[in-house]
Ligand binder design. Structure first.
Ligand code: HGY
Ligand code: MN
Ligand code: MN
Length: 412
């Protein structure tokens, strides 16, 4: 009983967790207080190296797989599949200090705490850092966890190119994190993450007990018209790709506003060519990110997008080519693990509420290969994917204590 009592009374070191987050955020720090650690860049390598160093200093066995996912492992007393924690170290181009980093540092803090309290777990416990979760430099997002879960082939992901034409595989080799493949069973997976939305802060709740995540469909769209002179070319003769693209942006916004079930749609990226002030743009490339809590509604949104593209093409005398590059349905996490998160929050006396994730996470793909759950903590103003992203040390520590207790329940 004593041992169980000591486990239950174990608490993470809030100061050490905060310091790890602040030290990590120095890598790729941006002027407005965020981070820019795009996947597989030199800065991503530096973040990975720091995590690997800290993990080894904590006596953990560290390895990485063929797609660069890093695993830091603390052995258990029995040869059971590990209880895994994790998230991602890559960021958006102007990202925040906590998106992804919190889940990896919280996992490391849990293992450091188990060491401090000399807790012997039955199952091994691991913390993972998944490659290219954001999908900003290389699409698709959640690429590392996608290969791990068998959603994407290594070949497909390795062949993806960034805007400079550098392939994922080349970039991974260049930073020295192309490891070996091989089976890697997982007994359970827990991911701690900031909510990246306003619900927890608005309702003064410390812990989000995440039920699941919205489904997503990502598209690459090419609008092709004809370069022409901005002076002599009469308006009615133009094939203006930017006019077509601009109408499509408004349609994407209309679709999200019209459909039910947490409909969301965003055009986040646009390239205008030749991008010269006195040339009618002949070519525009843009991205569309659509999300919904219902897969059938998500499909209707996709069909509506395609219909709008066809109409715009005809009316603007351009071709509009919509190519889907990612689709995953809404996911529900494992009830028994979601309950473990809820019980841990309750036992710690923390306010908590059920919540659905609008963001995608590596947990969405881990849920395909192991019982999975997530723990959310509030972020200031619900703002994320923004350099001003912020979270309170006490909330981050509370979420990490929930992670510790939920992991102990499964591993001990
Ligand atoms: O886009 C997403 O949902 C994740 O935050 N990368
Ligand atoms: Mn994230
Ligand atoms: Mn993100």
């Amino acid at each position: 009983m004593e041992k169980i009592h000591s486990r239950r009374s174990a608490r993470i070191d809030a100061e050490r967790l905060w310091r790890a987050l602040i030290d990590l955020a120095r890598i790729g720090a941006t002027p407005k207080g965020g981070v820019r650690r795009l996947a597989l860049t030199e800065l991503d390598r530096q973040g990975r190296d720091l995590f690997v160093r800290w993990a080894r200093e904590a006596g953990l066995a560290v390895r990485w797989d063929a797609v660069g996912n890093i695993f830091a492992r603390r052995e258990g007393s029995e040869p059971l599949p590990p209880v895994m924690m994790g998230s991602h170290l890559d960021s958006q181009p102007s990202g925040g200090r906590f998106d992804g980093a919190y889940g990896v540092m919280a996992g490391l803090e849990v293992l450091r705490t188990l060491n401090d309290h000399k807790v012997k777990t039955r199952a091994p416990v691991e913390v993972a850092s998944w490659t290219n979760e954001e999908g900003s430099r290389f699409a698709p997002g959640m690429a590392g966890s996608g290969v791990f879960a068998g959603v994407h082939s290594l070949r497909f992901v390795s062949s993806q190119k960034d805007l400079e034409g550098v392939s994922f595989g080349e970039a991974l080799e260049r930073i020295g994190y192309a490891g070996a493949g091989g089976p890697h069973p997982v007994g359970a997976y827990f991911e701690a993450h900031i909510e990246q939305g306003p619900v927890l802060e608005d309702t003064r709740t410390t812990i989000g007990v995440v039920q699941g995540a919205l489904g997503q469909r990502w598209f690459d769209v090419a609008v092709i018209g004809q370069d022409a002179h901005a002076g002599p070319t009469p308006m009615e003769l133009r094939k203006d790709a930017l006019v077509g693209a601009s109408r499509l942006v408004l349609e994407v916004n209309r679709i999200a506003r019209e459909y039910p079930d947490y409909a969301r749609a965003t055009v986040g990226f646009m390239q205008v060519m030749p991008n010269s002030r006195n040339v009618v743009p002949g070519e525009v490339h843009l991205t569309v990110d659509m999300r919904n809590a219902s897969d059938s509604t998500l499909k209707k949104m996709k069909d509506d997008l395609q219909a709008s593209a066809t109409t715009i093409g005809a009316e603007c005398r351009v071709s509009v080519e919509v190519r889907e590059i990612v689709h995953f349905p809404p996911c529900e996490f494992a009830p028994e693990l979601v309950d473990a998160v809820r019980r841990a929050a309750g036992a710690l006396g923390l306010s908590h509420r059920d919540i659905v994730s609008g963001a995608g996470h590596d947990a969405v793909y881990l849920a395909r290969v192991a019982p999975t759950a997530m723990i959310f903590v509030p972020c200031e103003g619900g703002i994320s994917h923004n350099e001003i992203e912020n979270a309170r040390p006490e909330d981050l520590a509370a979420g990490c204590d929930v992670l510790l207790q939920a992991v102990l329940e499964r591993a001990a």
